[in-house]
Design a protein around this ligand. Structure first.
Ligand code: MTE
Length: 388
């Protein structure tokens, strides 16, 4: 069995050896005390391919500090990342292929976008019937301020040919064995949006290794999988990239399917923008509250749309009252909200939150079931007990 010290060294160095990984994973999942340096207090969903979830109580700050920002890796993080020798290759359907250094990126006009990044699988653990994959709860989500040159500016320099339809990204992940590389593409329209970035900074500091140092893509409002970390190659293609992480992964059925049903892979589409969603950061689920005065608060987001309303129910969904939305607000970023409530008497209560966005979408009572558990967005709820 591996020692705790060795475990920490391995995780912090992103060098979790495949041979040691399966016992390590079960040990990590069972051991609430596992701490990843710089990520204290996070829920370790997986140590082989580090997957860290933010406990919902940390959804209480508009900008999520990096130490509370979730981590989602499909493979091993790169073991060596050297800012001086790092290069970004831009090629494919372009007039002039480019090779850029970090210093070259720093010379371009920087742009900042405050974006709520959410993993497509966030909330998968709540799907019934259950589906395979990382059993995320509520916290594979966070809001960061990402800064770097616009991808559009890089593509303009390279000169996208009229045949260029999709833009593909490759990271420096270390691929275990013969599994397919984490390669995906986005349509050229989204790639040339003025808010799509090659980000080098997060919350005012250079990206950390877990979040894609030295440069990552930031595709705002879209599922986290669109935002490739440890970027090393950008390739303009004449069509959507064909590979495991575009199909069958990260696709939704075109038609609603019955829970537990099968889907025809040819009757699916790539998951792009995020759903409308809210989560309750406090009170936590389950505690005994000594006071009848309860401060209910949380965060709500809607991908490329804006949150216009959050409603709270304190009676298991029978009636709803508007929550107050925080002033901090930009396109693509979550809104914090709060609602002060006085419990009429001691007893058990189910508190619920429900968001509505500028596209008229409202969080449903139960999320559409799909075989990969993507875009789960059912009304959030916590149960509390108010003491006499
Ligand atoms: N980029 C690379 N190269 N490899 C990955 O495994 N995971 C993706 C995306 N970018 C991934 C990646 C997924 S699924 C998500 S949700 C986000 O990164 C998570 O970003 P974070 O770890 O910075 O929170």
């Amino acid at each position: 069995m591996i020692s705790r010290r060795d475990f920490l060294q391995q995780v912090s160095g992103a060098m979790v050896a495949a041979a040691a990984s399966y016992p390590l994973l079960s040990w990590a999942a069972d051991n609430a005390e596992v701490v990843v340096p710089g990520k204290e207090g996070m829920i370790v969903r997986s140590a082989r391919f580090l997957d860290l979830e933010m406990p919902p109580e940390f959804a209480d700050s508009w900008i999520t500090p990096v130490h509370h920002f979730f981590v989602r890796n499909h493979m091993h993080e790169p073991s060596t990342l050297d800012a001086n020798s790092w290069r970004l290759n831009i090629g494919g359907e372009v007039e002039k292929p480019l090779i850029l250094s970090l210093a070259d990126l720093a010379k371009l006009e920087p742009h900042s976008v405050t974006n709520t990044l959410e993993c497509a699988g966030n909330g998968r653990g709540f799907q019934q019937p259950n589906v395979p994959g990382v059993q995320w709860g509520k916290g594979a989500v966070g809001t960061g301020r990402f800064t770097g040159p616009r991808l559009r500016d890089l593509l303009q320099r390279a000169g996208v040919k009229s045949t260029g339809k999709h833009v593909m990204f490759r990271g420096l992940d270390e691929i275990p064995g013969k599994v397919p590389a984490f390669i995906r593409s986005i349509p050229v329209e989204k790639a040339t949006d003025s808010d799509t970035l090659v980000a080098t900074h997060m919350n005012g500091a250079p990206l950390t290794r877990h979040h894609g140092f030295p440069a990552r893509c930031l595709v705002p409002g879209w599922i986290g999988a669109a935002s490739c970390k440890w970027l090393t190659e950008i390739k303009v293609l004449d069509k959507e990239f064909e590979g495991n992480f575009m199909k069958p992964a990260y696709r939704m059925p075109n038609q609603p399917i019955a829970p537990g049903g099968q889907v025809n892979p040819d009757d699916t589409h790539a998951v792009t923008g995020l759903n409308v969603k809210s989560i309750i950061a406090g009170p936590a689920d389950g505690p005994l509250l000594k006071s009848k005065a309860v401060h209910i608060h949380g965060a709500a987001w809607a991908g490329e749309a804006d949150v216009v309303r959050v409603e709270i129910s304190t009676d298991s969904g029978a009636t709803w009252q508007p929550a107050q939305l925080s002033k901090e607000q930009t396109h693509y970023a979550w809104r914090l909200w709060n609602y002060d409530w006085k419990a009429p008497k001691a007893g058990d209560y189910t508190l619920m939150s429900r968001a509505t966005d500028s596209q008229g979408r409202t969080q449903p009572q139960s999320a559409d079931w799909n075989p990969s558990g993507y875009l789960y967005n059912a009304i959030d709820q916590v149960k509390i007990h108010v003491a006499a």
